[in-house]
Every structure is written in C-alpha cells, then in structure tokens.
Design a protein around this ligand. Sequence first.
Ligand code: F6P
Length: 545
Amino acid sequence: MPSRDIDAAWAALEALGRRPGATAIRPLFAADPGRFARFSRRAGDILLDLSKTAISNEALAALLVLARAAGVEGFRDAMARGEAVNATERRAALHMALRAPAGVAVRTGEEDAAAAVQGSLATMRSFVGQVHDGTLRGATGERFTDVLNIGIGGSDLGPAMAARALWTPAAPLRPHYLANVDAHAWEEVRARLDPARTLVLVASKTFTTQETMANAGLARAWLADSLGEGSVGGHLAALSTNLRATAAFGIAPERVFGFRDWVGGRFSMWSAIGLSLALALGWDAFARLLAGARTMDEHFLAAPLEDNLPVLLALTEVWHVDMLGCPARAVLPYDERLARFPAHLQQLEMESLGKRVTAAGLPAPRATGPVVFGEPGTNAQHSFMQLIHQGTTPVPVDFILVANPDHAHADSHRKLLANGLAQAEALMLGKDEDAVRAEMRAAGAGEAEIARLAPHRVFPGDRPSTTLLLPRLDAFTLGQLVALYEHKVASLGALWGINPFDQWGVELGKTIATRTEALLRGEAAAVSAATGPLAAEILRLQRAG
Ligand code: F6P
C-alpha cells in the first residue's frame, strides 16, 4: 500500500480525533441506544464490547481504512505463511503453527514447520504420559507429584499465568514457577518441594539467560545434595532451542524438548515451553488450550476486519493512544484465576510494542505501545481505580468478565460481576457537579460543606473501557483469550509499522549487569560515575553485615 494512502488514513483519523467532543461517550449512547449491538462482536466463545469507547461510526470507519492502508491483512497473512515478518532477526513468527491442526501444511524457508510441531507434540505427549502413568519416576522410585518450571519472561509468564488460571487440586501434578534470580524466590519454592518427587524443567529458549541458568544451578545442586549426583538426570528436563547448551548442562538429549527460533519467547506457551502445563494439568487440558487458540487463529485469519476481534482491539488501542493521547491501559480480569493475566500481557504487549523506531529503522512518527498494567477486580478498585476515575490522565480499561464460576457461591460471583459492570458504567457516566450538589443537599449537608467538597466528589465521566465476556474459564476459552491478545499485538505492529517480534531493548541492561557483577566482586571498574558510589556503598554495607 503506497505510503500516501497510510498518511491520508492517519490524517483523516487525526482530524476526527481533534474534533470537539471526540472523547465523549455518553452522547454516542444518547444518539444510538442500540450502540451496544453495533459496537460488540463475537468470536468463538468471546464477546468483545467496544461500545463504552468514544469511537463513533465515523471513527470506526476511519480506523478500518487505516487498517487496510497499513496492510494489517497482508502482515497477518505473511505471518501465517511463515515469512520473515520479524525482519530485524530475519525470522518468521509462527506461533500459529504451534496450534495448527495436524495435516495443515506450514513451511518457513526450507523447513516443514508443521512436521516439526507435530513431532514435538508427540514427544511431549509421550513424556507426559510416562510421568502420569508412573513409567518415569524419581530416583527413589516415587512418582512425581510436583513440577518446577525454571524460566523467566516468556519462558515463565505464559505457563505460570495459565497454570494459575486452570490448575485444580484434582489435576495430575502440582505446578511451581521460579523466575527471579533473587534466591529468596528459590528458597520460598524449595520449601514447598520434596526433591524425590519433583521434576525440574529448565525452560529457556536460548539456554543462556543469566537468571534461569543461576536458578537451574541451584536446583541442580539441591537435587544432587539430596538424591546423589547420579540421580540428577532423572529429575531434570530442558525446554530449549539450544541443544548444544542443554547438553553442556548435562541434560540427556531424550530429556530435551526443543522448539524453533520462529517461536518468540512471549508467544511460546504453546510450544515445549508449555510442558509444565501439560504435566500439571494433563494432556487433554493442554490440547484444549491449543484448540482454543486455534479457534481464535481461524477467526483472525478469516473474519473481515470490521468483525475481527484482534483487529478491532488493536484499532481501539490506536484510537486511545494516538488520537486521545492515553499513555497507559489497565487490564482488570474480574476473575481471581486470571490474577497473572495482566503480568503475561505486560510482557506480550510492552516487549512487543515498546518501540521507538519503525521496522525500517526510522523514528516512529507517533506514539506506540502504552504502559500496560493490571490487577484482578475487585482488588484493583481499592488500589489504582481512584486515578482512573478522577486522575488527570485518562487510562482506558479492559474489563474481563467470566459469566459462570467454577464454584457454588452464586452470591459472591454476582457481587464480583456487578462490580465489574459498575466500574465500566461509572467510568463512562461519571457524576457532574449538579448531581453531587443535589445528592449532598438531599443528605442534609450545609451549603458551605457542599461548596468545599463538591469538586472532590465530581467524576468527569466519558472514560473509556472495553469489555471481554467469556461464558466460563477453561482451557479452551483461555486459549482463545490469550491468542486474541497475541493477534492484537501483531495487528498493532502492522498499524504502527513497527516490528512486534524483536526485543532489542532488553539487551543493554543485560550487558551492563554482567560488568556490574564483576564490580560487585571488586574485580572491575564501574560503567559510569552514577553506579560506582552506590556499588561501593553496597560493598561497605555487606562488609558491615
Ligand atoms: O526479556 C528478554 C527475553 O529475551 C524474553 O524475550 C524472553 O522471553 C526471556 O528473555 C527469556 O529468554 P530465554 O527463554 O531465552 O531464557
């Protein structure tokens, strides 16, 4: 698509964004009581409601023109075909192949990606079966009861999030996740584990990540101390693309579950990186997770843009970030089981979209990925929602609601959902000063008190939110939900013209940390005058105990 079409599409959109009243939501509902029906869409089990945003019919049309001009469909299809859409690393981004049905051909370059995926799934499945039926046991002959996944970033967040969402006491194994190099985390997890019954998975795409290798070393020593060096191998497995490094760590080739470099870390929970899920939840649950994601893939690939949930979520983000200047977005799952979902999205979205140059290496002409943060509702209401209701900066919210709980406490669940719906409504409706004054007067407040407090009790309203509604939370619907956000990210990459699949921004800190470690051993000079004095003070405090 010629760049003048893209420029024209942005210009048309920006003109709409500058119009007086462009942030108003209430008049849109007043003008069209059927707005919910017009601004909500379904895909698979998920309902997406965009009605409580300030996107008008005209703005939606302009956003869709932009999506077409920016080549969202072309980028999506190139991704599905296995082209090197991750241009800076000359790699494909084939996470969709990880959940493609057997028999569907997917190639990238010379490689038959579909065959690689099916082979890897078969190996994983056989291993999981042997652990579950007791063929594979710990060194003392006991069955494995616990699986510890050691990994960080994409090698932790997706599986940890899904295990938190789906694990129940009836599941085959107890899952544990260790990420931080802070050994307090290791001490905490170790206290819950019996080495004789624990299977340790070292999850690292590169098998060089400092934190993961340090923690793997601690876990390896723990196994060796408790069970003997000769027994360690039977309690270890690796999830990695780096077979040379896994061998150097002493993990037998048949205990290495590989995947390819066309699986990005934050898109990898569907690959061997998800082995902890298959072990802890059972193979059927893992297969349902993949099937759910596949449902969303099929929708993303086939649905027209105007009905395409990931594309619509991406366009809503463009509206909020680039037209309304919102620097952040909050994600509020009204479901405790999704407590780690915001953390997963933080990496998925911010590592993908936190880019200041375009895929061509030019300065990005407008704002790209916002800060993403969140907490489960209702906890969030007693934390940061004050700012979202009354702060100076509008922060759009994604509300995620689940209609049916997996418990029998209907009253609690009704309260939970009522709070989620109420927050979205309160953000939109607000409360003006006249209403505040009338309310205070009715409650018997004097005029002086009303004048003093009324400004504090005003809610500006017209604060945007989107709502995602799931019928229930299970492996199938969770797979759909995660894939929805993955495709939203890819769509935003195309819309903003940035590469959503690389993450060069994490490198500098890693390099400096290596040198700083030497500084803290007293073996190197500080990288800058900013760190030297602090490092010296740390060393002084450590000497003082
Ligand atoms: O944070 C940077 C990063 O490279 C992520 O993209 C990745 O998910 C994480 O580190 C872990 O990497 P690895 O799986 O190679 O240990």
